[in-house]
Design a protein around this ligand. Structure first.
Ligand SMILES: Cc1cc2nc3c(=O)[nH]c(=O)nc-3n(C[C@H](O)[C@H](O)[C@H](O)COP(=O)(O)OP(=O)(O)OC[C@H]3O[C@@H](n4cnc5c(N)ncnc54)[C@H](O)[C@@H]3O)c2cc1C
Length: 501
């Protein structure tokens, strides 16, 4: 006989990934997904055309590919990283856990069985889920690896896109560096899912350029922090990556770590989080420019506080200092170290870490050389009110409703609009839909539905011919008989009511 406790154990017992995968398959089957193939198979000079090529196999690229596949649109992802090491999580990120609350459904695209929670509970059970505070960084990467496998996404790793050349005749040429050498592929549409620094790279103060490259790193650089053991480290900035870099350096045995912080105190409120709601997700795109700018500028200048656990991770060490009101005035190289001049004094370090964020910077992305000069930035679209100037926002691309680039000079690079920008720099045009966990599914679905509509319009002659050629009968033709004149009347005789006397 099963007693109450056994019953409970059975209810809470992890079902295992195989059972979860079967459940996901059942959900997809019930919803008839993916849609059946409906796109024409096109070739160019006897070479097959990819329908959509996605550059980047992080969560944005994968959610975009899955959304396209569900709409019956094949998508191939190219990523320069080795398989399972896409994005920052298992490469350059150094936080212990994600900032995002564990309950966010991320790239699950509306399928309960595809959420991080389902994946976690299937392996570790409900109790472990309830006990979990934040998602460990590497566990998020494990979940993304499972996501890729369970959705059978076509990701070609160690394929670096070196060039993007839109053509006037409806295709975009991609030049790739692959393990088998250089390759050229043609795609009808290209999605840049290239990440937080997707159209550029590290944002560095001019002053950094005067310091020998051996004496500094950016917080997003891949670097073995063990080499900082015994050294005096200066970390410039006070965001989450500053804390992660400082803590990692301390844990790796740095002699000391100073955080040099321009502000007089840390921001405490996460305005970006406060701004998030379904209204912003679905309504930002249609807002007047002035509102788009005002919201993003406000969130920018308020700055995002580092997570509390990340700050405490640094504060645990006695050999660290938070030095506020210390903007960098000058850095003097002393051969094997630097002197950093600030209003709070001159500090000597063996190594500096700039944790100063990212920016659009085409010079750091040679793969975009052919398209960059033609991309219309927000600076060409909108002039902010006095006091709301914001160089970071001005440099962001002014995107169309399907995340597509628009031409700086109309007609100068035909085909540019076939390249869709589904990475962080889409934020001013579309809101935060193109990278961060909270609304990545909404962004991916907007992109996929928009691309489906564009393909349909473009191929309308093909689809019309298909309608004409469509010949699947729904009636056999023997379900009725046409009446002929002279045919015996089989209708019942009318009942004539007799008049009452
Ligand atoms: C340290 C850190 C912590 C973060 N923590 C959070 C968090 O807690 N919550 C949250 O919501 N967001 C967080 N973010 C923001 C965001 O969620 C991540 O940046 C996330 O990785 C974005 O996913 P993505 O798919 O857009 O880009 P990525 O994961 O960066 O993937 C982009 C991919 O594109 C590939 N690629 C780029 N250029 C090329 C090329 N030319 N050819 C081939 N491949 C290319 C890269 O190799 C990479 O794999 C964090 C960001 C960072 C940097």
């Amino acid at each position: 006989m099963v007693n109450q406790t056994d019953k409970q154990d059975q209810t809470n017992a992890p079902i295992g990934l195989a059972a979860l995968e079967a459940r996901l398959q059942q959900e997809l089957d019930w919803l008839e997904l993916p849609a059946k193939a409906w796109m024409p198979s096109l070739t160019r000079d006897a070479q097959p055309l990819l329908e959509v090529a996605i550059i980047g196999g992080g969560q944005a690229g994968m959610a975009a590919a899955a959304s396209l596949l569900h709409l019956g649109i094949p998508a191939v992802i190219f990523d320069q990283s080795p398989a399972g090491f896409e994005g920052p999580w298992a490469t350059t990120a150094r936080m212990e856990t994600l900032r995002s609350p564990k309950k966010l459904t991320g790239p699950a695209l509306g399928f309960g069985a595809l959420t991080f929670r389902a994946w976690f509970e299937a392996q570790f059970g409900l109790e472990a889920w309830e006990a979990l505070d934040k998602i460990p960084r590497l566990q998020w990467m494990d979940y993304l690896r499972w996501y890729r496998q369970v959705l059978k996404l076509d990701i070609r790793n160690e394929h670096r896109v070196k060039g993007i050349l839109p053509q006037p005749d409806g295709v975009v040429q991609l030049q790739l560096q692959t393990p088998a050498g250089e390759q050229v592929v043609l795609a009808r549409r290209v999605v840049l899912a290239t990440g937080r620094d997707g159209l550029g790279g590290a944002q560095l103060p001019e002053i950094a350029k005067e310091v020998p490259r051996t004496l500094w790193a950016h917080s997003s650089d891949a670097m073995d922090y063990q080499q900082l053991a015994g050294k005096r480290i200066g970390v410039i900035g006070a965001g989450s990556s500053s804390m992660d870099s400082a803590a990692t350096a301390l844990e790796c045995g740095a002699a000391s770590v100073d955080l040099l912080i321009r502000r007089t105190e840390l921001p405490r409120i996460n305005k970006g989080k406060g701004a998030g709601n379904p209204g912003l997700t679905h309504g930002h795109l249609q807002l007047p420019d002035a509102w788009k700018w005002r919201i993003r500028h406000y969130v920018n200048i308020q700055q995002t506080p580092p997570p509390t656990a990340s700050v405490s991770r640094v504060s645990r060490f006695a050999n660290t200092r938070f030095i506020f009101g210390a903007p960098i005035e000058r850095i003097v190289s002393t051969g094997d170290g630097v002197q950093v001049h600030t209003p709070r004094g001159v500090f000597a370090y063996d190594f500096l870490i700039f944790s100063t964020g990212f920016r659009v910077d085409w010079s750091q992305r040679p793969e975009f050389d052919a398209i960059a000069p033609h991309i219309r930035p927000w600076a060409a679209r909108y002039t902010p009110q006095a006091g709301e100037e914001d160089a970071e926002l001005s440099a962001l691309p002014d995107l169309g409703p399907v995340f597509e680039f628009q031409q700086a000079q109309p007609g100068a690079l035909p085909g540019l609009e076939r390249v869709h920008c589904f990475c962080y720099p889409a934020v001013l045009s579309h809101g935060t839909l193109s990278g961060d966990i909270p609304a990545i599914s909404d962004g991916a679905q907007r992109l996929a539905q928009g691309i489906a509509a564009l393909f349909y319009q473009e191929d309308i002659e093909f689809h019309y011919r298909n309608i004409e050629a469509y010949a699947e009968p729904e009636l056999r033709g023997d379900e009725w008989q046409a009446w002929k004149p002279g045919q015996e009347d089989v209708r019942p005789a009318p009942i004539l009511q007799e008049a009452t006397p």
